[in-house]
Design a protein around this ligand. Structure first.
Ligand code: SF4
Ligand code: SF4
Length: 384
């Protein structure tokens, strides 16, 4: 007879999770709504049991298998959990523990080393950070001259596709007469990748240093290209006494339109559908600003997908999943582009470089040519 498996609860882990979630983790009463809500259930025959993971967390059992790294932090389950359990935070705490135990998937430590050595998770040289703007003559941020800092972010600084969005944002800020600057090659990584992958001590170090650096640079307000940077600035930097006010660029553009500083005059005759990035929508509560910008573009027709706003389907790029392999047939973005196609839109528009990458990969992988992915900033720039 096979000996029964002995599971040893880890009291220290239980204690830590209890404290980090301010007791919320213990509220889980195992209803299973999270498992039913999780998008993994849409792409896998064997659903990812979020409920089981919460149970393991409650009794201090670290799950060593890959399910620890599946969570895309989309907050779909958190939005529906009747007990308000911060599920993604619990996963991040479990991941932190996995780092301590040296039980992390292959390749992830090199992402963290890249942040450490290169100041970005993309293995790119720090001296290339401002190359995206070399012909744009974007000035160095000076608090005496500039009203706001444009925080470009690692992905928009280095990824060729995302660089086009950063350039469109510069065009829009100039069209509105905004006095702005960037930190050039000295712009620091916000640390969101490190946080999502669960290395909290390193994230805290990054956030603390950045809060100090932004204060020394005289930054009072900043515009972030990516909802991932915006979300950590908005929701996680305040504990490090960060005093600046962050905006996602769509929020800032909406404000410029409202103030009459930005005007759209050219027609953009396209039928589009907007994909809500999880980090801007469910994680930050911003659904309206990107839609207000799109609706101000003359000639543009906006239609909604079956799931939108708080119900939007995740593209699968959050929670550190950009640095983990997702098997073909299990990509949430495949489902999202199918939904977008059903609207008859020509363009699926988003406001996040990770969503952009996931959606474009899905269009290519599925061989879909009658739709393309664009960013809100690119459409807005066509209208000025
Ligand atoms: S939905 Fe909330 S209460 Fe229900 S099992 Fe999941 S975490 Fe627990
Ligand atoms: S945050 Fe999203 S991916 Fe993570 S467990 Fe909840 S529903 Fe699943």
């Amino acid at each position: 007879m096979q000996a029964p498996m002995v599971l040893t609860p880890d009291e220290a882990l239980w204690e830590r999770l209890f404290q980090e979630t301010r007791g919320a983790m213990a509220l889980c009463y195992q209803c299973g709504v999270c498992t039913a809500a999780c998008p993994w259930g849409l792409v896998r025959r064997e659903p990812f049991s979020v409920r089981t993971m919460m149970r393991r967390a409650q009794v201090g059992l670290l799950d060593g298998d890959e399910s620890l790294w599946l969570c895309a932090a989309c907050a779909q389950c958190e939005a529906l959990c009747p007990r308000g359990v911060p599920v993604a935070e619990v996963f991040q705490s479990l991941r932190e523990y996995a780092w301590e135990q040296r039980r992390v998937p292959r390749g992830l430590s090199s992402v963290l080393w890249s942040v450490y050595w290169n100041n970005n998770p993309w293995f790119q040289p720090p001296s290339y950070r401002s190359r995206w703007a070399r012909d744009l003559e974007v000035p160095r941020f000076d608090p005496e001259q500039h009203e706001i800092l444009y925080y470009v972010g690692c992905t928009s600084a280095y990824d060729r596709r995302a660089q086009k969005v950063a350039r469109a944002i510069v065009q829009l800020l100039r069209a509105a007469g905004v006095r702005f600057g960037t930190l050039g090659d000295d712009e620091p990584c916000c640390g969101e990748a490190v946080k999502s992958l669960g290395h909290r001590p390193y994230f805290y170090e990054i956030a603390q240093n950045n809060a100090k650096r932004f204060a020394e640079a005289g930054v009072r307000e900043l515009i972030a290209t990516s909802p991932h940077c915006y979300e950590v600035f908005q929701n996680h930097y305040p504990r490090f006494q960060a005093e600046f006010r962050p905006y996602h660029y769509t929020q800032y553009l909406a404000r410029l339109l409202e103030e009459g500083r930005l005007r759209f005059s050219r027609e953009v005759p396209l039928r589009v559908t907007y994909h809500d990035p999880c980090y801007l929508g469910r994680r930050s509560g911003e659904y309206e600003a990107p839609r207000r910008v799109l609706d101000a573009i003359p000639g543009l027709e906006r239609v909604e997908m079956a799931h939108f706003g708080p119900d939007a389907l995740c593209c699968g790029g959050g929670g550190g999943r950009m640095w983990l392999e997702t098997r073909a047939g299990e990509r949430f973005a495949d489902l999202r582009v199918q939904e977008a196609l059903e609207t008859g839109a020509q363009v699926i528009v988003t406001a996040c470089p990770f969503c952009m990458a996931c959606l474009e990969d899905s269009l290519k992988g599925l061989g879909i040519q009658r739709m393309r992915v664009m960013d809100v900033a690119e459409l807005a720039a066509m209208a000025v």
